[in-house]
Design a protein around this ligand. Sequence first.
Ligand code: FMN
Length: 136
Amino acid sequence: MAVDAFHRQHLGFLVVVLLALALIGFVADRLNAFKLAYLHVMRADFLGVQKADVMPVAREKYKGVLVGNMGYSADEAEAAIAEGKLDAVAFGTAFLANPDLPARIRAKAPLNAPDSNTFYAGGAKGYTDYPTLQVA
Ligand SMILES: Cc1cc2nc3c(=O)[nH]c(=O)nc-3n(C[C@H](O)[C@H](O)[C@H](O)COP(=O)(O)O)c2cc1C
């Protein structure tokens, strides 16, 4: 299997499909056997179809490093990590719109709002042209 060509502890697993609570529990539990670097779970979907909070179930079942995302603010991410709900939060659209996102979070500076019209548009617009803090 292709995964054997890599060190498993350097691999992560991202759950991108919408899983029902029972299914995320099953998947998270089974992934323990793979000794992955991390499990990354999207807690919701862009369309708001997924209502249930899958993160507590993933946390309960998965024994390794748990990364979550989808709609976290920096404050919510910090609180969730401090409370042990997960180990790290990944930012998607906020990073697209803010190439200097870590600096902005550190400085508690306002964020550029992502423009969803440019998501998956196929060009550079919306990927390389958001202003950094110095020029915002
Ligand atoms: C335009 C766009 C491209 C994305 N590309 C990827 C990708 O290549 N791989 C991936 O794992 N997630 C990708 N994502 C999903 C994000 O990593 C993330 O899961 C999603 O944006 C939700 O997090 P957020 O609320 O912080 O934006 C993409 C999202 C957007 C909007």
